[in-house]
Design a binder for this molecule. Structure first.
Ligand code: NAD
Length: 319
């Protein structure tokens, strides 16, 4: 069936320009990694747009060039703040353009590859895909960086023709340092598209690629989420501290200093809650399901806004 699918497949021969949608922890990290590899990108997000009191007094509108340029520059600052050491040189930083999703939809047509990196919620991702589908060039690749939401469920809102060029491209955090990339095709993803992305990721992005099935949280996060939740459970049972658990799951067993809960601060506790939920929702009642039920303590951290490094505070204060 793959041969049939590829018969009328038009596929770009190279990725020269990418659009990264979402400028959070992972979007910024992926754009930075692309820049380091010499690939230009445009990073889009939802930018809150309001006039300052001064701008209003001057009679300016959101369309005024000086307002637009202030907002663009704030957007850029946000990128730099979120990802403090993303890039080696200013030259590379200039490979990343930033924009506002609402204003820059037309620019999606320039992209050889569009990667979705927004919040881990199926409804948000589906709405986004419906909105952007008409702007994806007919030889371009579209992918999602989801940690574990069904790729098939996202594909279901896409037009038939685009399904062949859609797959999961799951980077690990931080994309600059972690070598693994999971590729998650659906049944409709054309084989040449999977192979092309695999080669591109290995040759240009320096990744080690594995192909994963479209199961909740794929491979890495299915294991990682479980390990983390069990470590938390064990900590409560042993009346141990976060620091103690990190020290015995870190350098002592040959892992770098960013052990279990430090890693979770880098990931974002809010994102983790969604990712654990991906598996929880699919399990039948029982012990395994209970393990994937995020502990109340973590939910409290999220309610307080202590969601990790991106907020300056998670299990640890940002150092
Ligand atoms: P984040 O919370 O840091 O950033 C999410 C960004 O999405 C925010 O900037 C937000 O403004 C933007 N956004 C929300 N709705 C949007 C919309 N409709 N259109 C455009 N932008 C929108 O999250 P993150 O950690 O960067 O995660 C993004 C995706 O990557 C998720 O699917 C997550 O599961 C996945 N992921 C995360 C990690 C990790 O370690 N954090 C690792 C691998 C994959």
């Amino acid at each position: 069936s793959h041969i049939e699918q590829s018969a009328d497949l038009r596929l770009t021969s190279n990725i020269r320009f990418a659009v990264v949608i979402g400028s959070g922890v992972m979007g910024a990290g992926i754009a930075a990694h692309l820049a380091n590899a010499g690939i230009r990108s445009l990073m889009l997000d939802i930018v809150p747009r309001e006039l300052t009191a001064k701008e209003e007094a001057k009679g300016l509108t959101l369309e005024s060039p000086e307002v637009r340029s202030r907002i663009a520059s704030e957007n850029r600052q946000k990128l730099l703040k979120q990802n403090p050491a993303p890039l080696a040189t200013t030259e590379h930083l200039n490979f990343i353009d930033v924009g506002n999703l609402e204003d820059d939809l037309e620019r999606l047509k320039e992209a050889d590859w569009v990667i979705e990196v927004v919040v881990e919620r199926l409804d948000v991702k589906q709405q986004l895909f419906e909105k952007i589908a008409p702007y994806i060039r007919e030889d371009a690749i579209l992918s999602s960086n989801t940690s574990g939401i069904s790729i098939e469920a996202m594909a279901s809102v896409l037009p038939e023709g685009l399904k062949a060029r859609f797959l999961g491209t799951h980077f690990f955090n931080p994309p600059r340092y972690l070598k693994l990339l999971e590729l998650i095709p659906t049944e409709k993803t054309a084989r040449p598209v999977i192979d092309f992305m695999g080669r591109f990721a290995e040759d240009r992005l320096g990744k080690g690629v594995v192909e994963a099935k479209d199961t909740p949280n794929f491979i890495g996060n299915r294991i990682g989420t479980y390990g983390l939740l069990v470590t938390f459970e064990e900590m409560l049972k042993q009346n141990a501290s976060i620091g103690e658990m990190d020290s015995i799951t870190g350098p002592l067993i040959g892992r770098p200093k960013s052990a279990t809960f430090r890693t979770l601060d880098v990931v974002g506790i809010d994102t983790f809650v969604h990712v654990a939920g991906n598996v929880y929702e699919t399990l039948d009642a029982g012990d395994e399901k209970d393990t994937f039920d995020v502990p109340a303590e973590m939910k409290t951290l999220v309610e307080k806004g202590w969601i990790g490094q991106k907020a300056g505070q998670g299990f640890y204060k940002k150092d």
